[in-house]
Write a protein that binds this ligand. Structure first.
Ligand SMILES: [Zn+2]
Length: 345
């Protein structure tokens, strides 16, 4: 993939996009981004604006973030941070018990003391970080596309071994990336923390019995939009707006430009989609053709008259223009289930 030098201020936008696309099976990507931000804030870049980051350093940071998080959460015990399997936090919790017994109360203290249990933990965490978030951070979910604007991830893969990792040992953040992460660090930290809290609530839903607070506060009210199912299905001749497959009983009302970017319920931005397309697209920004096609539909005012949900055509047009105008070139846009394409203004 050819590489275009990135404006530092576009870096944050691209990172946000990477984290918004698709569902996460763990909080590791979030921990990785947090580590990169912190490392960039604390370290000077090379003259060309790049920064070499030892993977060990990422592992130390990640252990530091999870160190407090593996404490028992009230009566619920340790909170899950992965969908399944033995996790990095599990390993940290085990090591932490030993280290606490040896009087080492913080991750930094254990690191300073070069305690063998801590050193073994770092080796194990760095391998998982390399196999998972460092391999996948820049790939678009459910596709072969890699958007390697942060660092060259050639050589990273999910089955890499300790000797592969020893050979690589560092990642080099591309020129402009460290500066971009540093300049937007306050925003990015806030954003990552909010996604992280949200993921933890999601992963522990059964135990916490927590509602989706963020979705409730900031998400669309899909119940209010149920009235659109029949009229939109009719308008689309019973087919999914995106893939043209025949709609089954389970019809989703999808915001073409995601609600997180245009938080308005106008028929002009709403379509009927099947489960597959709707879940795969989730909060991704679609290619412009979908938006154009949605806006060019006829009979939107009939749908609006039937449901008393306004069309809001003009508002949707100008909001969509704003969304695409703010997108950095090269941003990955959703085309259809599992396929994406880079944005060119
Ligand atoms: Zn579909």
């Amino acid at each position: 993939m050819s590489f275009v030098a990135l404006d530092p201020l576009d870096v944050a936008g691209r990172v946000v996009q990477l984290l918004e696309a698709g569902r996460r099976n763990s909080t590791y990507k979030l921990a990785t981004v947090m580590a990169l931000v912190d490392i960039c804030v604390e370290n000077a870049t090379a003259p060309d604006g790049s920064l070499m980051v030892p993977i060990d350093e990422i592992a130390h940071r990640v252990i530091g973030y999870y160190w407090n998080q593996v404490r028992s959460f009230h009566l619920h015990g340790r909170l899950a941070q992965v969908v399944r399997g033995r996790s990095i936090p599990d390993r940290i919790a085990d090591a932490r018990d030993v280290l606490l017994r040896d009087g080492l109360r913080t991750a930094e203290a254990a690191r300073e003391a070069c305690h063998p249990v801590y050193q073994r933990l770092v080796r194990s965490v760095r391998l998982t970080m390399a196999q998972q978030p460092l391999t996948h951070l820049q790939s678009v979910p459910h596709s072969q596309i890699r958007d390697e604007f942060l660092f060259d991830a050639a050589g990273f893969h999910k089955k890499m071994t300790v000797s592969d990792l020893d050979r690589i040992a560092v990642i080099v953040l591309r020129p402009g990336v460290p500066d971009g992460l540093r300049r937007t660090s306050t925003l990015l930290r806030t954003f990552v923390r909010s996604l992280w809290a949200h993921d933890v609530i999601d992963l522990n839903r059964a135990e916490l019995d927590a509602e989706d607070i963020d979705g409730f506060l900031f998400g669309a009210d899909h119940t209010a939009l149920r009235a659109l199912v029949d009229p939109l299905r009719d308008l689309q001749s019973g087919r999914c707006f995106y893939c043209d497959d025949r709609l089954t009983a389970e019809v989703h009302i999808d915001h073409v430009v995601p609600w997180s970017m245009i938080p308005i319920d106008g028929v002009a931005n709403l379509v009927a989609a099947d489960t597959r397309c709707n879940l795969d697209k989730s909060a991704s920004i679609p290619i412009r053709e979908h938006v154009t096609r949605a806006l060019e539909r006829e009979s939107l005012s009939d749908v609006s008259a039937l449901t008393r949900i306004p069309v809001l055509h003009k508002r949707t047009v100008s909001a969509a223009q704003g969304v695409y105008a703010a997108l950095p070139a090269g941003s990955i846009l959703w085309r259809s289930s599992g396929t994406y394409q880079p944005y060119s203004p």
